[in-house]
Design a protein around this ligand. Structure first.
Ligand code: SIN
Length: 307
């Protein structure tokens, strides 16, 4: 059997497949469908210091090959998360990565400190929510990214994953995160998009724009991961339109150490475990023992010996 495990900072994940923030809740619903211990990890919905009700409806809008969302970071707040959700998540049998969002760099640091408890394996800094006007996209600025990561690095010994927006100078922001002690880059969050209701002539979302995910963004995210995996030395975690094992493999070939399945969970709730099986079969059929030959091979002229 090939060894599917991957090392991300100080964490070893049993395989490179995680589920993305906001698409898996805290795991309880999916645990009725399959055993989440088959996954490399679960990333929580973004947690904030105080509970948030989120944006007014509508919050989701389907497009021909993607999904626009404007959730607005609805979540129970860090206290309720620690009290009610984390104990259940610890029983999932896989790595727990807590995605956090703050209004200020200091809020991120407080969240990082409060979440430094047994059962939390890493913190994903959400520097890229497109649905909080004027406040969400701090990761599009290298200086803003650096400040958040620096304060969080002082606040916790846990691994810090910087989740960046796909817009702005992403490579500079990633280098800034690496320079301040981030242990991985999650690339990327959704692309800002727009839908207009032609019956009213108004944008469908109260905040006008939403974040686009799904198959439409896969080539865009893949290009980012290809470039990022050259720009930083820390692992890059690919996110964007991954719905099948072939998609995941493309991201790994582009240089990703791991991937997160997001909208794919809504298309097929069993998408993530199917993806793990597909990747395992791929390695086994080629007699490969680990990811070494495959990861980043698109930068090196492809799979050695492939026609
Ligand atoms: C949301 O809650 O609006 C989405 C969160 C995100 O895209 O980071």
């Amino acid at each position: 059997m090939p060894d599917l495990s991957v090392r991300i900072g100080s964490l070893t994940l049993k395989n490179p497949v995680l589920v993305a923030s906001g698409t898996f809740g805290f795991g309880a619903d999916y645990a009725r469908l399959y055993d989440p211990s088959r996954l490399g990890g679960v990333v929580t919905k973004a947690i904030t210091l105080e509970p948030r009700r989120g944006n007014p409806p509508p919050r989701l809008w389907e497009t021909p090959c993607g999904l626009l969302n404007s959730i607005g970071l609805e979540n129970p707040g860090v206290e309720a998360f620690l009290r009610e959700e984390l104990p259940r998540m610890r029983a999932l049998g896989t790595a727990v990565v807590v995605n956090v969002w703050g209004e200020t760099p200091e809020e991120y640091a407080e969240l990082a400190q409060r979440l430094s408890v047994p059962g939390v394996d890493a913190i994903e800094l959400n520097l890229s929510c497109p649905n909080v006007p004027g406040k969400g996209l701090i990761g599009s600025s290298p200086a803003g990214t650096a400040r958040v990561v620096r304060l969080c690095r002082r606040a916790t010994g846990l691994d810090l994953w910087a989740k960046l927006p796909p817009e702005g100078d992403v490579l500079a922001a990633a280098r800034a995160a690496e320079g301040e002690g981030a242990t991985a880059i999650s690339a990327a969050n959704t692309f800002r998009g727009l839908a207009i209701d032609i019956r009213t002539g108004r944008p469908v979302f109260a905040n006008v724009t939403g974040g686009l995910s799904g198959p439409a963004i896969k080539p865009l995210a893949l290009r980012l991961v290809y470039e990022l995996s050259r720009a930083v030395r820390i692992p890059v975690i690919g996110i964007g339109g991954i719905a099948g094992w072939e998609d995941a493999l493309e991201f790994i070939m582009a240089g990703a150490h791991a991937v997160q399945v997001g909208t794919g969970n809504f298309i097929d709730p069993l998408c993530a475990p199917k993806l793990v099986r597909g990747l395992e079969k791929f390695l086994a059929e080629r007699g490969m023992e680990s990811w070494e030959e495959v990861r980043g091979c698109a930068h090196r002229g492809g799979i050695p010996g492939a026609a």
